[in-house]
Write a protein that binds this ligand. Structure first.
Ligand SMILES: *Cc1c(COP(=O)(O)O)cnc(C)c1O
Length: 431
Protein backbone atom coordinates (compact mmCIF):
# COMPACT_ATOMS: atom_id res chain seq x y z
CA UNK A 1 0.00 0.00 0.00
CA UNK A 2 1.39 3.39 -1.01
CA UNK A 3 1.29 6.12 1.66
CA UNK A 4 3.43 8.79 -0.04
CA UNK A 5 0.90 11.62 0.34
CA UNK A 6 0.21 10.73 3.98
CA UNK A 7 3.93 10.71 4.70
CA UNK A 8 4.46 14.10 3.05
CA UNK A 9 1.57 15.63 5.01
CA UNK A 10 2.84 14.12 8.27
CA UNK A 11 6.28 15.64 7.70
CA UNK A 12 4.69 19.09 7.25
CA UNK A 13 2.31 18.56 10.16
CA UNK A 14 5.11 17.70 12.58
CA UNK A 15 6.72 21.07 11.96
CA UNK A 16 3.61 23.02 12.96
CA UNK A 17 1.37 20.79 15.08
CA UNK A 18 2.74 19.06 18.22
CA UNK A 19 3.45 15.47 17.17
CA UNK A 20 1.74 16.22 13.87
CA UNK A 21 -1.76 15.54 15.23
CA UNK A 22 -4.50 17.37 17.09
CA UNK A 23 -5.21 14.52 19.53
CA UNK A 24 -2.43 12.16 20.69
CA UNK A 25 -3.75 8.67 19.90
CA UNK A 26 -4.09 9.53 16.20
CA UNK A 27 -0.28 9.58 15.91
CA UNK A 28 0.18 5.75 15.87
CA UNK A 29 2.59 5.88 18.83
CA UNK A 30 0.86 2.79 20.25
CA UNK A 31 1.51 0.71 17.11
CA UNK A 32 4.56 2.32 15.49
CA UNK A 33 4.78 3.84 12.03
CA UNK A 34 3.22 7.02 10.66
CA UNK A 35 -0.44 7.99 10.77
CA UNK A 36 -2.62 7.85 7.67
CA UNK A 37 -4.25 11.10 6.51
CA UNK A 38 -7.79 10.82 5.21
CA UNK A 39 -9.67 12.75 2.57
CA UNK A 40 -13.12 11.17 2.62
CA UNK A 41 -15.50 8.96 4.53
CA UNK A 42 -18.65 7.35 3.15
CA UNK A 43 -20.77 4.80 5.01
CA UNK A 44 -18.48 2.15 6.51
CA UNK A 45 -15.49 3.17 4.36
CA UNK A 46 -12.64 5.67 4.62
CA UNK A 47 -10.42 6.81 1.75
CA UNK A 48 -6.94 8.12 2.53
CA UNK A 49 -5.07 10.87 0.67
CA UNK A 50 -3.28 8.23 -1.46
CA UNK A 51 -6.58 6.71 -2.58
CA UNK A 52 -6.38 3.58 -0.37
CA UNK A 53 -9.72 2.39 1.02
CA UNK A 54 -10.44 0.92 4.45
CA UNK A 55 -13.39 -0.42 6.37
CA UNK A 56 -13.47 1.96 9.33
CA UNK A 57 -13.65 0.40 12.80
CA UNK A 58 -12.79 3.66 14.58
CA UNK A 59 -15.82 5.70 13.57
CA UNK A 60 -14.17 8.91 14.78
CA UNK A 61 -13.69 7.15 18.17
CA UNK A 62 -17.39 6.52 18.67
CA UNK A 63 -19.59 9.26 17.22
CA UNK A 64 -20.21 7.70 13.79
CA UNK A 65 -22.67 4.98 14.75
CA UNK A 66 -24.49 5.60 11.45
CA UNK A 67 -21.29 5.62 9.40
CA UNK A 68 -19.67 8.49 7.49
CA UNK A 69 -21.68 11.19 5.72
CA UNK A 70 -25.04 9.67 6.68
CA UNK A 71 -27.36 11.55 4.29
CA UNK A 72 -29.98 12.82 6.81
CA UNK A 73 -27.19 14.21 9.03
CA UNK A 74 -25.48 15.86 6.05
CA UNK A 75 -28.80 17.45 5.03
CA UNK A 76 -29.46 18.65 8.59
CA UNK A 77 -26.01 20.25 8.79
CA UNK A 78 -26.40 22.05 5.44
CA UNK A 79 -29.89 23.21 6.29
CA UNK A 80 -28.82 24.53 9.72
CA UNK A 81 -25.69 26.23 8.36
CA UNK A 82 -27.84 28.09 5.82
CA UNK A 83 -29.75 29.59 8.75
CA UNK A 84 -26.58 30.78 10.47
CA UNK A 85 -23.81 28.82 12.16
CA UNK A 86 -24.18 30.35 15.63
CA UNK A 87 -26.45 32.80 17.44
CA UNK A 88 -24.96 33.01 20.92
CA UNK A 89 -28.59 33.03 22.03
CA UNK A 90 -31.29 30.41 22.64
CA UNK A 91 -32.96 28.54 19.77
CA UNK A 92 -35.70 25.93 19.37
CA UNK A 93 -33.34 23.06 18.52
CA UNK A 94 -31.78 23.13 22.00
CA UNK A 95 -35.16 22.67 23.64
CA UNK A 96 -36.10 19.81 21.35
CA UNK A 97 -32.71 18.21 21.98
CA UNK A 98 -32.97 18.53 25.78
CA UNK A 99 -36.49 17.06 25.69
CA UNK A 100 -35.29 14.17 23.55
CA UNK A 101 -32.39 13.34 25.91
CA UNK A 102 -34.54 13.58 29.04
CA UNK A 103 -37.29 11.55 27.37
CA UNK A 104 -34.80 8.78 26.56
CA UNK A 105 -32.86 8.68 29.84
CA UNK A 106 -35.24 8.89 32.80
CA UNK A 107 -32.37 9.66 35.23
CA UNK A 108 -31.63 12.80 33.24
CA UNK A 109 -34.27 15.30 34.36
CA UNK A 110 -32.41 18.40 33.18
CA UNK A 111 -29.48 18.73 30.81
CA UNK A 112 -26.90 21.36 29.81
CA UNK A 113 -25.24 21.27 26.38
CA UNK A 114 -21.51 21.79 25.91
CA UNK A 115 -19.12 21.15 23.01
CA UNK A 116 -17.11 18.05 24.03
CA UNK A 117 -16.95 15.12 26.39
CA UNK A 118 -14.10 16.75 28.31
CA UNK A 119 -16.20 19.83 28.95
CA UNK A 120 -19.07 17.62 30.11
CA UNK A 121 -17.02 15.64 32.65
CA UNK A 122 -15.17 18.68 34.00
CA UNK A 123 -18.49 20.48 34.48
CA UNK A 124 -20.17 17.43 36.03
CA UNK A 125 -17.61 17.10 38.80
CA UNK A 126 -17.70 20.83 39.47
CA UNK A 127 -21.45 20.54 39.90
CA UNK A 128 -21.02 17.45 42.11
CA UNK A 129 -18.53 19.32 44.29
CA UNK A 130 -20.73 22.42 44.41
CA UNK A 131 -23.80 20.39 45.33
CA UNK A 132 -22.21 18.23 48.03
CA UNK A 133 -19.70 20.73 49.38
CA UNK A 134 -17.08 17.94 49.23
CA UNK A 135 -13.78 18.20 47.36
CA UNK A 136 -12.52 14.68 46.62
CA UNK A 137 -13.62 12.55 43.69
CA UNK A 138 -13.20 8.84 43.02
CA UNK A 139 -12.27 7.49 39.60
CA UNK A 140 -11.36 4.02 38.38
CA UNK A 141 -8.03 2.79 36.98
CA UNK A 142 -8.07 2.63 33.20
CA UNK A 143 -11.22 4.75 32.88
CA UNK A 144 -10.77 7.86 30.76
CA UNK A 145 -12.91 10.94 31.19
CA UNK A 146 -11.27 13.37 28.79
CA UNK A 147 -8.31 15.67 29.22
CA UNK A 148 -9.48 17.68 32.24
CA UNK A 149 -6.92 18.19 35.04
CA UNK A 150 -8.82 16.22 37.71
CA UNK A 151 -8.85 13.09 35.53
CA UNK A 152 -5.18 12.94 34.53
CA UNK A 153 -4.36 11.14 37.72
CA UNK A 154 -3.11 7.72 38.68
CA UNK A 155 -2.99 6.14 42.10
CA UNK A 156 0.35 5.81 43.80
CA UNK A 157 1.03 2.45 45.37
CA UNK A 158 -2.16 0.88 46.62
CA UNK A 159 -5.72 2.00 46.21
CA UNK A 160 -5.86 4.02 49.39
CA UNK A 161 -3.02 6.22 48.22
CA UNK A 162 -3.89 9.70 47.10
CA UNK A 163 -3.57 10.43 43.40
CA UNK A 164 -0.41 11.59 41.67
CA UNK A 165 -0.49 13.64 38.46
CA UNK A 166 -0.15 11.60 35.25
CA UNK A 167 0.93 14.64 33.26
CA UNK A 168 3.23 17.60 33.89
CA UNK A 169 1.08 20.68 34.26
CA UNK A 170 -1.46 19.05 36.56
CA UNK A 171 -0.86 20.51 40.05
CA UNK A 172 -0.07 17.86 42.68
CA UNK A 173 -2.44 19.64 45.05
CA UNK A 174 -5.30 19.07 42.62
CA UNK A 175 -4.33 15.47 41.82
CA UNK A 176 -4.45 14.66 45.54
CA UNK A 177 -8.19 15.24 45.45
CA UNK A 178 -8.65 12.43 42.91
CA UNK A 179 -8.78 8.98 44.52
CA UNK A 180 -8.62 5.87 42.37
CA UNK A 181 -9.85 2.30 42.70
CA UNK A 182 -9.48 -0.71 40.40
CA UNK A 183 -12.41 -1.35 38.04
CA UNK A 184 -14.65 -4.33 38.91
CA UNK A 185 -13.56 -4.36 42.59
CA UNK A 186 -16.36 -3.34 44.96
CA UNK A 187 -14.37 -4.18 48.10
CA UNK A 188 -11.84 -1.50 47.16
CA UNK A 189 -14.63 1.08 46.88
CA UNK A 190 -16.02 -0.02 50.24
CA UNK A 191 -12.62 0.50 51.88
CA UNK A 192 -12.18 3.95 50.35
CA UNK A 193 -15.72 5.07 51.24
CA UNK A 194 -15.36 3.76 54.81
CA UNK A 195 -12.25 5.86 55.28
CA UNK A 196 -12.96 8.98 53.22
CA UNK A 197 -16.61 8.77 52.10
CA UNK A 198 -17.57 12.01 53.84
CA UNK A 199 -15.00 13.92 51.75
CA UNK A 200 -15.97 12.44 48.38
CA UNK A 201 -18.31 14.45 46.14
CA UNK A 202 -18.74 11.86 43.42
CA UNK A 203 -17.59 8.63 41.87
CA UNK A 204 -17.19 8.90 38.10
CA UNK A 205 -17.06 5.77 35.98
CA UNK A 206 -17.27 4.44 32.44
CA UNK A 207 -20.03 1.83 32.92
CA UNK A 208 -18.51 -0.27 30.15
CA UNK A 209 -14.90 0.80 29.82
CA UNK A 210 -13.84 1.65 26.29
CA UNK A 211 -10.64 3.49 27.03
CA UNK A 212 -8.62 0.55 28.37
CA UNK A 213 -9.84 -1.50 25.46
CA UNK A 214 -13.28 -2.85 26.30
CA UNK A 215 -13.70 -3.96 29.93
CA UNK A 216 -17.04 -5.52 30.83
CA UNK A 217 -18.54 -4.80 34.27
CA UNK A 218 -19.00 -7.95 36.34
CA UNK A 219 -22.62 -8.85 37.14
CA UNK A 220 -23.76 -6.67 40.06
CA UNK A 221 -20.69 -4.43 40.02
CA UNK A 222 -22.37 -1.24 38.77
CA UNK A 223 -25.48 -1.84 40.87
CA UNK A 224 -23.25 -2.39 43.91
CA UNK A 225 -21.33 0.80 43.21
CA UNK A 226 -24.60 2.70 42.95
CA UNK A 227 -25.75 1.32 46.32
CA UNK A 228 -22.44 2.20 47.99
CA UNK A 229 -22.63 5.72 46.60
CA UNK A 230 -26.15 6.15 47.97
CA UNK A 231 -25.09 4.86 51.37
CA UNK A 232 -22.27 7.40 51.64
CA UNK A 233 -23.96 10.39 50.02
CA UNK A 234 -21.49 10.19 47.13
CA UNK A 235 -23.00 11.21 43.79
CA UNK A 236 -22.70 8.64 41.01
CA UNK A 237 -21.58 10.21 37.73
CA UNK A 238 -22.02 7.79 34.85
CA UNK A 239 -19.69 8.82 32.05
CA UNK A 240 -21.71 7.78 29.01
CA UNK A 241 -19.68 9.84 26.54
CA UNK A 242 -18.88 6.60 24.71
CA UNK A 243 -21.82 4.38 25.70
CA UNK A 244 -24.73 6.84 25.53
CA UNK A 245 -27.05 6.03 22.60
CA UNK A 246 -24.53 3.34 21.55
CA UNK A 247 -25.06 0.33 23.83
CA UNK A 248 -28.78 1.00 23.88
CA UNK A 249 -30.85 4.05 23.10
CA UNK A 250 -30.85 4.91 26.80
CA UNK A 251 -27.16 4.01 27.10
CA UNK A 252 -25.53 1.75 29.67
CA UNK A 253 -27.96 3.01 32.30
CA UNK A 254 -30.79 1.43 30.34
CA UNK A 255 -28.80 -1.76 29.69
CA UNK A 256 -27.88 -2.25 33.38
CA UNK A 257 -30.92 -0.63 34.99
CA UNK A 258 -29.00 2.18 36.72
CA UNK A 259 -30.18 5.55 37.99
CA UNK A 260 -27.07 7.75 38.20
CA UNK A 261 -27.22 11.18 39.84
CA UNK A 262 -25.41 12.74 36.89
CA UNK A 263 -24.67 11.55 33.36
CA UNK A 264 -22.15 12.87 30.86
CA UNK A 265 -22.53 12.43 27.10
CA UNK A 266 -20.87 13.39 23.80
CA UNK A 267 -19.75 11.39 20.73
CA UNK A 268 -22.94 9.74 19.34
CA UNK A 269 -25.23 12.56 20.51
CA UNK A 270 -23.44 15.00 18.19
CA UNK A 271 -23.69 12.86 15.06
CA UNK A 272 -20.05 13.69 14.27
CA UNK A 273 -20.21 17.37 15.24
CA UNK A 274 -18.71 18.84 18.45
CA UNK A 275 -21.49 18.40 20.99
CA UNK A 276 -21.50 17.21 24.59
CA UNK A 277 -23.97 17.26 27.45
CA UNK A 278 -24.25 16.69 31.16
CA UNK A 279 -27.42 16.24 33.10
CA UNK A 280 -29.20 14.39 35.85
CA UNK A 281 -31.31 14.99 38.93
CA UNK A 282 -33.20 18.29 38.70
CA UNK A 283 -32.26 19.29 42.27
CA UNK A 284 -28.59 18.97 41.34
CA UNK A 285 -28.85 20.59 37.89
CA UNK A 286 -30.70 23.59 39.37
CA UNK A 287 -27.38 24.47 41.02
CA UNK A 288 -25.94 25.28 37.57
CA UNK A 289 -25.70 28.97 36.60
CA UNK A 290 -27.78 30.97 35.95
CA UNK A 291 -30.38 28.86 37.84
CA UNK A 292 -27.87 28.39 40.66
CA UNK A 293 -24.38 29.34 41.85
CA UNK A 294 -22.14 26.73 40.11
CA UNK A 295 -20.62 28.49 37.14
CA UNK A 296 -20.33 26.87 33.71
CA UNK A 297 -20.64 28.43 30.26
CA UNK A 298 -19.62 28.12 26.59
CA UNK A 299 -19.68 30.53 23.64
CA UNK A 300 -20.62 27.77 21.18
CA UNK A 301 -22.65 25.62 23.63
CA UNK A 302 -25.85 24.36 22.02
CA UNK A 303 -24.47 25.35 18.62
CA UNK A 304 -27.36 25.17 16.12
CA UNK A 305 -25.41 23.21 13.47
CA UNK A 306 -24.16 20.66 16.01
CA UNK A 307 -27.61 20.33 17.57
CA UNK A 308 -29.19 19.80 14.13
CA UNK A 309 -26.67 17.01 13.41
CA UNK A 310 -27.30 15.49 16.82
CA UNK A 311 -31.07 15.57 16.41
CA UNK A 312 -30.86 13.93 12.98
CA UNK A 313 -28.60 11.23 14.43
CA UNK A 314 -30.74 10.48 17.49
CA UNK A 315 -33.93 10.43 15.41
CA UNK A 316 -32.40 7.94 12.98
CA UNK A 317 -31.38 5.73 15.91
CA UNK A 318 -35.01 5.64 17.09
CA UNK A 319 -35.97 3.45 14.11
CA UNK A 320 -37.16 0.01 15.24
CA UNK A 321 -34.55 -2.75 15.12
CA UNK A 322 -31.56 -0.38 15.13
CA UNK A 323 -29.78 -1.83 18.13
CA UNK A 324 -30.57 -5.45 17.33
CA UNK A 325 -29.08 -4.96 13.86
CA UNK A 326 -25.97 -3.40 15.40
CA UNK A 327 -25.73 -6.30 17.85
CA UNK A 328 -26.00 -8.83 15.02
CA UNK A 329 -23.18 -7.31 12.97
CA UNK A 330 -21.03 -6.85 16.07
CA UNK A 331 -21.53 -10.47 17.12
CA UNK A 332 -20.52 -11.70 13.66
CA UNK A 333 -17.30 -9.72 14.00
CA UNK A 334 -16.63 -10.99 17.54
CA UNK A 335 -17.20 -14.63 16.57
CA UNK A 336 -15.17 -14.17 13.40
CA UNK A 337 -12.18 -12.66 15.23
CA UNK A 338 -12.22 -15.51 17.76
CA UNK A 339 -12.45 -18.16 15.02
CA UNK A 340 -9.68 -16.64 12.88
CA UNK A 341 -7.33 -16.22 15.85
CA UNK A 342 -7.95 -19.80 16.89
CA UNK A 343 -7.33 -21.10 13.37
CA UNK A 344 -3.98 -19.30 13.33
CA UNK A 345 -3.07 -20.44 16.84
CA UNK A 346 -2.89 -16.88 18.20
CA UNK A 347 -4.11 -16.58 21.81
CA UNK A 348 -6.60 -13.72 22.19
CA UNK A 349 -9.33 -12.57 24.56
CA UNK A 350 -12.15 -10.72 22.85
CA UNK A 351 -14.23 -8.39 25.02
CA UNK A 352 -17.43 -6.98 23.56
CA UNK A 353 -20.55 -5.20 24.72
CA UNK A 354 -22.86 -4.26 21.84
CA UNK A 355 -20.93 -2.40 19.17
CA UNK A 356 -17.80 -1.84 21.32
CA UNK A 357 -15.16 -4.53 20.87
CA UNK A 358 -11.48 -5.20 21.66
CA UNK A 359 -9.24 -8.09 20.64
CA UNK A 360 -6.66 -8.36 23.46
CA UNK A 361 -3.49 -10.29 22.60
CA UNK A 362 -3.49 -12.36 25.77
CA UNK A 363 -4.95 -15.71 26.80
CA UNK A 364 -5.90 -14.25 30.23
CA UNK A 365 -9.37 -12.91 31.01
CA UNK A 366 -9.28 -9.09 30.88
CA UNK A 367 -11.44 -7.29 33.44
CA UNK A 368 -9.37 -4.44 34.89
CA UNK A 369 -6.25 -2.33 34.32
CA UNK A 370 -3.82 -4.98 35.59
CA UNK A 371 -5.25 -7.82 33.51
CA UNK A 372 -5.43 -5.56 30.42
CA UNK A 373 -1.70 -5.01 30.82
CA UNK A 374 -1.04 -8.73 30.19
CA UNK A 375 -1.74 -8.04 26.53
CA UNK A 376 1.18 -8.28 24.09
CA UNK A 377 1.10 -4.77 22.61
CA UNK A 378 3.93 -5.51 20.19
CA UNK A 379 1.82 -8.26 18.73
CA UNK A 380 -1.17 -5.93 18.56
CA UNK A 381 1.00 -3.42 16.65
CA UNK A 382 1.91 -6.04 14.04
CA UNK A 383 -1.72 -7.11 13.79
CA UNK A 384 -2.81 -3.49 13.39
CA UNK A 385 -0.41 -2.91 10.48
CA UNK A 386 -1.35 -6.18 8.79
CA UNK A 387 -5.02 -5.16 9.02
CA UNK A 388 -4.23 -1.67 7.70
CA UNK A 389 -2.40 -3.20 4.71
CA UNK A 390 -5.46 -5.36 4.07
CA UNK A 391 -7.80 -2.35 4.11
CA UNK A 392 -9.14 -2.26 7.69
CA UNK A 393 -8.69 0.80 9.90
CA UNK A 394 -8.58 -0.35 13.53
CA UNK A 395 -7.95 1.95 16.48
CA UNK A 396 -4.15 2.43 16.49
CA UNK A 397 -3.79 1.23 20.10
CA UNK A 398 -4.42 -2.02 21.98
CA UNK A 399 -6.13 0.03 24.66
CA UNK A 400 -8.96 1.50 22.60
CA UNK A 401 -12.31 0.05 21.62
CA UNK A 402 -13.18 -0.73 18.02
CA UNK A 403 -16.60 0.64 17.07
CA UNK A 404 -19.07 -1.07 14.75
CA UNK A 405 -21.41 1.15 12.75
CA UNK A 406 -24.83 0.58 11.25
CA UNK A 407 -23.26 1.22 7.83
CA UNK A 408 -21.53 -2.16 8.09
CA UNK A 409 -23.22 -5.04 6.32
CA UNK A 410 -22.24 -8.58 5.43
CA UNK A 411 -19.82 -7.42 2.72
CA UNK A 412 -17.86 -5.29 5.21
CA UNK A 413 -17.86 -8.06 7.83
CA UNK A 414 -16.48 -10.47 5.21
CA UNK A 415 -13.83 -7.91 4.23
CA UNK A 416 -12.75 -7.41 7.87
CA UNK A 417 -12.63 -11.13 8.64
CA UNK A 418 -10.74 -11.90 5.42
CA UNK A 419 -8.17 -9.31 6.50
CA UNK A 420 -8.09 -10.78 10.01
CA UNK A 421 -7.37 -14.26 8.61
CA UNK A 422 -4.28 -12.93 6.82
CA UNK A 423 -3.23 -10.75 9.76
CA UNK A 424 -3.46 -13.54 12.36
CA UNK A 425 -1.66 -15.93 9.99
CA UNK A 426 1.20 -13.45 9.59
CA UNK A 427 1.55 -13.29 13.39
CA UNK A 428 1.66 -17.06 13.59
CA UNK A 429 4.77 -16.90 11.41
CA UNK A 430 6.55 -13.94 13.00
CA UNK A 431 5.58 -14.44 16.66
C1 LIG B 1 -14.04 10.35 24.54
C2 LIG B 1 -14.37 10.32 25.97
C3 LIG B 1 -14.31 11.48 26.77
C4 LIG B 1 -13.78 12.79 26.22
O1 LIG B 1 -14.58 13.31 25.23
P1 LIG B 1 -13.97 14.42 24.23
O2 LIG B 1 -15.12 14.80 23.38
O3 LIG B 1 -12.85 13.74 23.51
O4 LIG B 1 -13.49 15.54 25.07
C5 LIG B 1 -14.75 11.40 28.06
N1 LIG B 1 -15.21 10.25 28.58
C6 LIG B 1 -15.26 9.11 27.86
C7 LIG B 1 -15.81 7.88 28.49
C8 LIG B 1 -14.82 9.11 26.54
O5 LIG B 1 -14.86 7.97 25.84
Amino acid sequence: MNHAHSQALFARAQARIPGGVNSPVRAFRGVGGDPVFFREGSGAWLTDVDGNRYVDLVGSWGPLILGHAYPPIVEAIIDAARRGSSYGAPHAGEVEFAELICGTMPAVEMVRLVSSGTEATVAAIRVARGFTGREHILKFEGCFHGAGDPFLVKAGSGVETLGLPDSPGVPAALAKLTLTAPFNDLAAVERIFAEKGKDIACAIIEPVVGNMGVLVPRPGYLEGLQALCQKHGVLLVLDEVMTGFRLARGGAQELYGLKPDLTTMAKVIGGGMPLGAYGGRADIMRKVAPAGPVYQSGTLSGNPVAVAAGLACLKALAAPGTYSRLEQVSRMLEEGFIAEAKAAGVPVTVNRVGSMLTVFFTAEPVFDYTSAKTSDTGRFGRFFHAMLDAGVYLPPSQYEAAFVSLAMGEAEVAHVLGAARKAFASLGQTG
